[in-house]
Design a binder for this molecule. Sequence first.
Ligand SMILES: *Cc1c(COP(=O)(O)O)cnc(C)c1O
Length: 453
Amino acid sequence: MVKKIVLTENEIPEKWYNIQADMPNPSLPPLHPGTKQPIGPEDLAPLFPMELIKQEVSQERWIDIPEEVRDVYKIWRPTPLFRASNFEKLLGTDCKIYYKYEGTSPSGSHKPNTAVPQAYYNKMEGVKRITTETGAGQWGSALSFACQHFGIECEVYMVKISYEQKPYRKLLMNTWGSKVYPSPTNLTEAGKKVLAANPDSPGSLGIAISEAVERAAMDPDTKYSLGSVLNHVLMHQTIVGQEAILQMEKAGDFPDIVIAPFGGGSNFAGLSFPFLQYKINEGKNIRCIASEPASCPKLTKGQFRYDFGDTVGLTPLLPMYTLGHNFVPAPLHAGGLRYHGAGVLVSQLLKDKLIEAEAVQQLDSFDAGVKFAKAEGILPAPEANHGIASVVNAVNQAKEEGVSKTILFNLCGHGHFDMSAYEAYYAGKLTNHFLSDEELTANLKELEDIPVE
Ligand SMILES: *Cc1c(COP(=O)(O)O)cnc(C)c1O
């Protein structure tokens, strides 16, 4: 039985796959936060380099990956694809389980797949400094690595609770030359506003985004960068699924079910979009399942409507599944999944029932992740544990139906910087958390002034 399927450097994809070319229904346009009218490229120019704005709205199916970007990808790509044979045994299933492992990158997750091209296009357009936010620290680390490579300064607003829980992530960013601030800060109007209302605010991704966007908007040499949600970010990640298609071919197999954890949608899109081509264009029967935390369930409980990407309301309004931009999730240990909204492309695909979503409880996710680590050796990031819990659910469902399925999931990062979360789990300190309907309704009520669709 094949265990590990590797590719050569020459097999790193030469193009990104843009699913916008194949979607049966295009997504609605982003709206200006003030006028609430559709925005044009010039509205985004203060925040992003023009090449990324073009990619954001492009309808071309394939976009060339610059040679300079492929050269950096070669540090860790192509990433391996494994058959989880020992995990199959542990679960006692005759389903076949494969996983794509993105934890071999310098920062330990899939995030550099987009950080590197984003830093590259900024460099090409003469940008001196990039601001960003980070939750668990995965995105901040990835962008720090990429900015260091291309000689750009990087300023990271790190959600305060993670800043305190994960000192080593901060030090990793410092090693790559970044400045890291615990958000909310007193450096921005957005941060001051939040601190005035709640001096002990633990922060949230939405608040940190407001701060990073404000800093970039103020300075012509500074731009902003986002690690998930946006169309171009999801597209950059499609190298993951393209490699996986080649690797599944080499294994002589093809997945019935593709599973990935879901924060804003980038690692899910990265693995699933290239497979969705076959579903949309050839009618192949593939289930793609996004796995989100039950405490931050935008896909399974949120509303499809326009909402801001940040807390203060500085970003364009995006049509997406959202829990409301003021939503501050419970202090869940999968920091990368604590975002109130979902990427526009993924939201449209879910609305059109081309993909599915499932909510997973925190304790089930750690239970699945620890089983996986015992069987396969790799200790997953807490975010990835959610996907693994969904794999276990899929295996149980197949058993009930008396069928055998081929399952592929994205092991999007390792958990070596997240040991405090495992420590809390082993000590019995982690709890499950549901979002109550009252809480949800109250949050969505705050969106009354914003157009729905
Ligand atoms: C950031 C992150 C996520 C969540 O973000 P997506 O854009 O949904 O992929 C999940 N897993 C890991 C390891 C991450 O770093």
